[in-house]
Ligand binder design. Structure first.
Ligand code: NAP
Length: 432
């Protein structure tokens, strides 16, 4: 039935993901061929170092350090980009598209920063660019947003989309570890990079949220539109208070749309401990989506790793392979709704947890409450304890009712100036 004898594949990158993809393509050759309708032929693999030992055995003649051997090969129909990073991946993807090749990528940085332009470029060349693996590893997310959830007006996404930070927070919550010990454990287990900045500062999650929010709300959301805060300020005390108050602490990627205004933010959050998201532990990821027809749906699974991620990469390859084999040219486009605005963080409204170190003296709470009250911030509960006799310090923990972020930021500045306040130890947003 198909039109092709075979479909040529060029693989860029043979690291963690490239190795998993190459292995699966070789080991599942027949099953994939029967799905596509003809065999896939892996023609070249781009690497940096030809001499490097690989976890997957590939025929040496397949390896090259010259990207032109993929870009200029007319027999290659699909380029799989799993090099990572912005450059040279972006340039290589563009060149492949300009040469009329379809592209599959796992690259969240390139897609979040340049996805809309690459999709338009691909459209003009009659090819497609698919990126299921760029968010949530093996968890199907991009395809559901592009297809299965299309009938809905999506109002919110709450996502745990960074396994490294979720692992660290799980260890902090369950074992009372402080942040730096939990990070060291994550590095020892291979879950955190030697330079963990992108993960622990919420940058990786911001890339992924920008991709999901663009699809969910039909408007271009860039990584720089996503407000992000990391997890390094969290202490074991915050976890103890959270538990006492009935909450878990998670690094959540949150996207909401209300009245054509969108908020997109990544930061630590108190969430009620009985929510499903609160029970997502270790390196697992979960994405909760709220749509007006479907209600609440939850996607859960392994958000990284060679095999889960290669599952998503190969699904995209099979999808393209089927279209190529049948000779149907369906290219993706982004449907964009005009008139949507991305709110600055100062305009959000949420509840807050505040932990303060103060002098141990009567009237301290009254001074703090006055500042909050003057800014229309009402307190829902207070814990006051842990007086340290040696330093004459007290700990005050406050939970607020919903308040405007700008008002809370102003209150924090004023509270910090109070002579009775030694330190604002932490400030965490609450999502009920
Ligand atoms: N790791 C995960 O669990 C995961 C999950 C989801 C998505 N992703 C995404 O998948 C992509 C790949 O990640 P990874 O973990 O597989 O990375 P990796 O292990 O560092 O592998 C990168 C590969 O690309 C090659 N490479 C890098 N720069 C190159 C250049 N300038 N020219 C030629 N080859 C180059 C490297 O060659 P050498 O081997 O010769 O050094 C290596 O084979 C990234 O976009 C990442 O965000 C990863």
């Amino acid at each position: 039935m198909g039109k092709r004898e075979s479909i040529g594949i060029g693989l860029m990158g043979l690291g963690v993901i490239g190795g998993g993809v190459a292995k699966a393509l070789m080991e599942r050759e027949e099953a994939i061929a029967s799905q596509v309708g003809c065999p896939l032929r892996l023609r070249k693999i781009l690497v940096r170092d030809l001499a490097k030992r690989r976890v997957v055995e590939v025929e040496p003649h397949l390896l090259t350090t010259d990207p032109r051997q993929i870009i200029d090969d007319p027999e290659i129909d699909i380029v799989i980009e799993v090099i990572g990073g912005e450059s040279p991946a972006l340039e290589l993807i563009k060149e492949a598209i300009l040469k009329g090749k379809h592209v599959v990528t796992a690259n969240k940085e390139v897609i979040s920063k340049h996805g809309p332009e690459l999709i338009s470029l691909a459209q003009t060349k009659g090819v497609d660019i698919l990126y299921e693996a760029s968010v949530g590893g093996g968890i199907p997310l991009i395809a559901p947003f592009k297809q299965d959830l299309l009938a809905n007006k999506i109002s919110a996404i709450y996502a745990i989309i960074n396994g490294t930070t979720n692992y660290i927070l799980t260890r902090m919550a369950s074992e009372g570890l402080d942040f730096s010990s939990a990070l060291k454990q994550a590095q020892k287990m291979g879950y955190a990079e030697p330079d963990p900045t992108n993960d622990i500062e919420g940058i990786d999650a911001a890339y992924k949220l920008a991709i999901l929010a663009t699809l969910a709300f039909h408007t271009v959301v860039r990584p720089q539109d996503v407000y992000h805060e990391g997890i390094s300020r969290l202490s074991s005390r915050d976890f103890r208070y959270a538990r006492e108050l009935g909450y878990a602490i998670k690094l959540l990627a949150i996207a909401k749309e209300k009245d054509a205004s969108i908020e997109v933010r990544v930061h630590p959050v108190f969430i009620p401990e009985d929510l499903l998201l609160a029970k997502v532990e270790g390196v697992y990821n979960a994405v909760q989506v709220e749509g007006d027809l479907v209600g609440r749906v939850m996607f859960y699974g392994q958000g990284a790793g060679a095999f889960p991620t290669s599952s998503a990469v190969i699904a995209d390859v099979i999808d393209l392979g089927q279209r190529i084999n049948l000779g149907v040219s369906i290219t993706s486009s982004l449907r964009l709704d005009p008139g949507k605005r991305i709110k600055p963080i100062s305009e959000i409204e949420t509840r807050y947890y505040l932990r303060l170190s103060t002098v141990d003296r009567p009237g301290v709470l009254a001074q703090i409450s006055k500042i909050l009250g003057d800014l229309q911030i009402s307190i829902s509960s207070v814990i006051q304890r842990e007086t340290d006799v040696a330093t004459g310090s007290a700990q005050i923990v406050l939970m607020s009712y919903p308040a405007q972020e700008w008002a809370m930021q102003r209150a924090l500045k004023e509270i910090e100036r109070l002579e009775v306040v030694k330190e604002i130890s932490n400030f965490i947003r609450v999502e009920d």
